[in-house]
Design a protein around this ligand. Structure first.
Ligand code: NAD
Length: 477
């Protein structure tokens, strides 16, 4: 229950309430976390402000960077323990969890190394003036992250914020945050001063809503559903607090008739089955040029039928859905599509021996999905791929850009000019050509257009998002 870190001390929530932690592989409760509420958020925000006014605010950029590099090393030193925690909490295959932990360490290496390399500008102005533009932290930053990649999301949002000298209050998902708790402990061990990073576990409508509406925060980042994204934006707007929103997608894989099928098929299958499809940048729409539609989709179906779903220890291609609510939602999408007559072309296999109480869903490939069907437009956030055909480049662009989302696009063609034309016309924050990264590495700026959100994470651009500028004008004439 002492899962809240406030001003360097692990505490239980003021109200003393707990939330059960459930194993998605068998629906059994295996632990509890504290149910933080508004009063805990008040304490955390005050602690963050205290850190800015105290030891944390006085550190140089190089000193912050050094702590972050130590933090990254501690993550690597404790990688196996962290991976086991992550796998148990989310159900993901242990190999995937191990990769996730290495990715978290990369965030601290990358932004730790960058902390003292963010330069300002000087501006030529009138005679007798020195003008400099310096980058300064926002101050107290609020961070709300989801359950699909708890550890990676922690690195993605916290590392650039700390690098720029902000003091953070983090509200992870009530559905999966055990690795985050351990990561925050490692941050303390690495030398983060009290109050620089505060953690409040709890529900979104309680702790999360209290955090985003708090008058003491100066900036917020949120990753999760579009509906809650709107609430976060409304709450922060009331205090004129800027926010970065990452709200998911319905990303297309666009396959032209000159595709290298052997290369494309495994990447396309992995891009939707990875993490059981619970990836904001999952390639969830398969758009194939009509001349090769039957052959290409047939090959994808053959690969799909071999996808295996199991527990973390079985270490197959994917695990269960993270919680009961999402399980019901994803299963509902599949059942509704079947009932409306959309053909199922292939389904993956649940491994023998998985619990009937677990939230396992067979990955499903639907074919000839009508363009206006829910399956073609709405985010499922599960291992469901919707195939449809297009005629030519113009039709491909229209179809690819036809949803309300704009997160990632995948383009598959050997024609170089077409690659460039298509990349230019995609309305999405990332475009992959003859590859697909589902978010890609820490180096690559990431974020959405349209209802996928706004603002950017990852890459150097995240350091700009996590800071603001101050223009200093000095007269010496
Ligand atoms: P959610 O948006 O409800 O939760 C995400 C985070 O927001 C959690 O930490 C939650 O506690 C918090 N939250 C919830 N209500 C809040 C509020 N009023 N104020 C502040 N914070 C609040 O997402 P979910 O219910 O876990 O999943 C629902 C759908 O969201 C999924 O089916 C999927 O489509 C989408 N989703 C997207 C991503 C992504 O990476 N973009 C991640 C998770 C879920």
């Amino acid at each position: 229950m002492q899962t809240l870190l406030i001003n360097g001390k692990w505490v239980a929530p003021v109200a003393g309430e707990a939330i059960d932690v459930i194993n998605p592989c068998n629906a059994e409760v295996y632990d509890t976390i504290g149910r933080g509420r508004a009063e805990d958020i008040d304490l955390a925000v005050a602690a963050a402000q205290g850190a800015l006014d105290g030891a944390w605010g006085k550190l140089t950029a190089a000193e912050r960077g050094r702590i972050m590099l130590k933090f990254g090393q501690k993550i690597l030193d404790n990688a196996e323990e962290l991976a086991q925690i992550e796998a148990l909490d989310t159900g993901k295959p242990i190999t995937v969890a191990r990769n996730d932990i290495v990715a978290v360490a990369r965030y601290f290496e990358y932004y730790g190394g960058a902390a003292d390399k963010v330069h300002g500008q000087t501006i030529p102005y009138m005679n007798g003036y020195n003008v400099s533009v310096v980058r300064v932290p926002h101050g107290v930053t609020a961070h709300i992250i989801p359950w699909n990649y708890p550890a990676q999301m922690f690195g993605r949002t916290i590392a650039p914020a700390i690098a720029m000298g902000n003091a953070c209050v983090l509200k992870p998902s009530e559905d999966a945050c055990m690795s985050v708790i351990r990561l925050v402990q490692l941050g303390q061990e690495a030398g983060l001063p009290a109050g620089a990073l505060n953690l409040v576990t709890g529900y979104g409508h309680e702790a999360g809503a209290a955090l985003t509406a708090h008058t003491g925060i100066n900036f917020a980042t949120f990753t999760g559903s579009p509906e809650v994204g709107v609430m976060v934006q409304e709450a922060t707007a009331r205090n004129h607090v800027p926010c970065v929103l990452e709200l998911g997608g319905k990303s297309p894989q666009i396959v032209f008739d000159d595709v290298d099928m052997d290369k494309a098929v495994p990447v396309i299958v992995k891009a939707i089955t990875q993490n059981a499809g619970q990836t904001c940048s999952a390639g969830s729409r398969l758009l194939v040029q009509e001349g090769i539609y039957e052959e290409f989709v047939g090959r994808v179906a053959a690969a799909f039928a071999k996808v295996k779903v199991g527990t973390p220890e079985m270490d197959f291609d994917c695990g269960p859905i993270v919680n009961r609510k999402q399980f019901v939602r994803v299963s509902g999408f599949i059942a509704e599509a079947v009932a409306s007559g959309v053909p199922v072309l292939a389904q993956g296999q649940l491994a023998e021996g998985v619990s009937a109480d677990g939230y396992f869903v067979a990955p499903t490939l639907f074919g000839a999905v009508p363009r206006d069907h829910k399956l073609a437009c709405k985010e499922v956030f599960g291992p469901v791929l919707s195939a449809m055909s297009f005629t030519d480049e113009e039709d491909a662009v229209r179809l690819a850009n036809a949803t309300e989302y704009g997160l990632v696009s995948g383009i598959w063609t050997e024609n170089g000019s077409r690659q460039s034309r298509m990349a230019q016309r995609m309305i999405s924050g990332q475009v992959f050509i003859n590859c697909y990264g589902a978010g890609g590495g820490v180096e690559l700026p990431f974020g959405g257009m349209k209802k996928s959100g706004h603002g950017r994470e990852k890459g150097f651009v995240a350091l700009e998002e996590m800071s603001t500028t101050k223009t200093v004008v000095q007269y010496f004439g």
